[in-house]
Design a protein around this ligand. Structure first.
Ligand SMILES: NC(=O)c1ccc[n+]([C@@H]2O[C@H](COP(=O)([O-])OP(=O)(O)OC[C@H]3O[C@@H](n4cnc5c(N)ncnc54)[C@H](OP(=O)(O)O)[C@@H]3O)[C@@H](O)[C@H]2O)c1
Length: 430
């Protein structure tokens, strides 16, 4: 590892929330990375969480899964609880980067961000919650920058494939890329898809509180980004996509928010023309559209009331039609699932002025990978940390709160991801 550890800050990486559903996958991935013995020297790492017993169990299970008995004895344990400030300070003083897997972030994230900044540890999370991510930027960017600490949220499936996918598309476009539409397709095996309860909770509370996002955005006082080239017309709420040959709806995750923040950063800091972005997700045939529409209306109604939220979060499996559960996906469900995110970009060829006429050039790119929620997410999170540790000099300025695209656009993260199962490619455009 290029980043140096010292006797007072002995770990390159601390996995906080290592006992959680996602945390356990992150532990496996960090253990595998450390075992690869990277050229820059060994990776020193520790696990952290609020229960020593559960952390020991986690290491025990990881040792068995990975056939790495040394994990039981050689991995340090740090006990830290989000509600005990001093415990977070002690944790953050010991690591170069903290991988925060404790969510929902709207409830647990802020004290960890604050402790990282105050105690000089870089911070990476996998939040897909725009309210949390944007509020951290509003309230902590200057503090983080003053301390030379990088706080990089949304380094999971939300929203690395979309955010870096746009950077990759622009890099391969010959001319001025002005607009991109992305289409997410998740395919699963016979047992279907499933997500873990914490993600469901994040969604329930996020939708319940969607109004606060508008207020938060007003506080930034941003001027609208300029529209370069022809303005992209909004498509309907549901339409049949020729691109991925199924019905699609707008993607309501954090990708559009993260991509827009990256585009603003690149425009303001790097004078790059912003790309208009719309995200869609495939939902299958007409019957799925009807089911989704009824389920969505019911969900929208329920999240508005305290009792509705209580019922939704107590019975995730029932109210999500099995899409989320307290047990999370089975190994078989995870193994049988994969994603593709296809980008259709348009713009102006090298010899054309983007302020004149219609776009005259197109590009199609794709990001593909294994199961998004846990397999792809841990790859993107761990490779983000590895990039931060090895290429700190290529990150912007001295520190601050950044999106992945803003933090990593000058680094080799896309290549690293490519080598860890998340493939970026240029496709033939029909
Ligand atoms: N971006 C993406 O694509 C993506 C993918 C997957 C997950 N996520 C997000 O990642 C987060 C975690 O999800 P998950 O399914 O892994 O959740 P989880 O299984 O519920 O894990 C939560 C973790 O937080 C710990 N925790 C809870 N309260 C704590 C406290 N007061 N102090 C210290 N630790 C505490 C838990 O520790 P105990 O074991 O001691 O209870 C556990 O380790 C969620 O916000 C989820 O939305 C994002």
């Amino acid at each position: 590892m290029a980043a140096a550890v010292t006797s007072r800050r002995p770990y390159h990486i601390i996995v906080f929330g290592a006992t959680g559903f996602t945390g356990r996958f992150v532990v496996d991935e960090v253990a595998r990375c450390a075992a690869e013995k990277p050229a820059g020297g060994p990776v020193k790492w520790a696990v952290a969480g609020r229960s020593r017993r559960r952390l020991e169990e986690t290491l025990e299970q990881a040792a068995e899964r990975l056939s790495m008995p040394e994990l039981r004895t050689d991995t340090e344990i740090i006990v830290a609880d989000v509600s005990i400030e001093e415990s977070l300070a002690v944790m953050c003083q010991q690591g170069v980067v903290v991988l925060n897997c404790v969510g929902p972030y709207r409830f647990y994230g802020e004290p960890v961000v604050k402790a990282c900044i105050e105690n000089g540890a870089h911070y990476v999370d996998i939040s897909g919650e725009p309210q949390f991510l944007e509020r951290m930027q509003l309230e902590y960017h200057t503090k983080a920058s003053d301390k030379g600490v990088y706080v990089i949220g949304s380094c999971g499936f939300d929203s690395i494939p979309a955010d870096l996918g746009i950077l990759y598309t622009r890099r391969h476009f010959k001319g001025t890329l002005t607009a991109v539409e992305s289409f997410l397709n998740i395919s699963s095996g016979p047992e279907g898809l499933c997500g873990h309860d914490a993600t469901w909770q994040s969604a329930v509370y996020g939708f319940a509180d969607s109004g606060s996002l508008r207020q938060l955005r007003r506080k930034f006082g941003h001027k609208p980004l300029p529209v370069v080239g022809a303005k992209v017309q909004k498509r309907g709420f549901v339409f049949f996509s020729k691109e991925i040959e199924q019905y699609v709806i707008p993607f309501i995750g954090s990708d559009p928010s993260v991509v827009k923040r990256t585009q603003r950063f690149l425009y303001e800091e790097e004078q790059q023309l912003p790309v208009q972005y719309s995200a869609y997700v495939g939902v299958g045939g007409l019957i799925s559209v009807v089911k989704l529409f009824c389920g969505g209306l019911f969900f929208w109604f329920m999240v508005k009331f305290g009792l509705g939220r209580k019922l939704l979060t107590t019975f995730p499996s029932f109210f999500s039609f099995g899409m989320f559960s307290k047990a999370g996906p089975t190994i078989k469900q995870i193994e049988d699932t994969c994603f593709s995110l296809t980008f259709f970009g348009e713009g102006y060829s090298e010899d054309t002025d983007p302020s004149q006429g219609r776009p005259n050039a197109k590009i199609c790119t794709q990001v593909i990978g294994a199961e998004p929620g846990y397999v792809a997410t841990v790859s993107t999170m761990v490779q983000s940390a590895v990039t931060l540790l090895n290429e700190l000099h290529s990150l912007p300025r001295r520190g601050g709160v950044y999106t992945p695209g803003a933090a990593f656009y000058k680094t080799t993260l896309i290549d690293r991801l490519h080598n860890h199962g998340i493939k970026f490619s240029v496709r033939d455009h029909q």
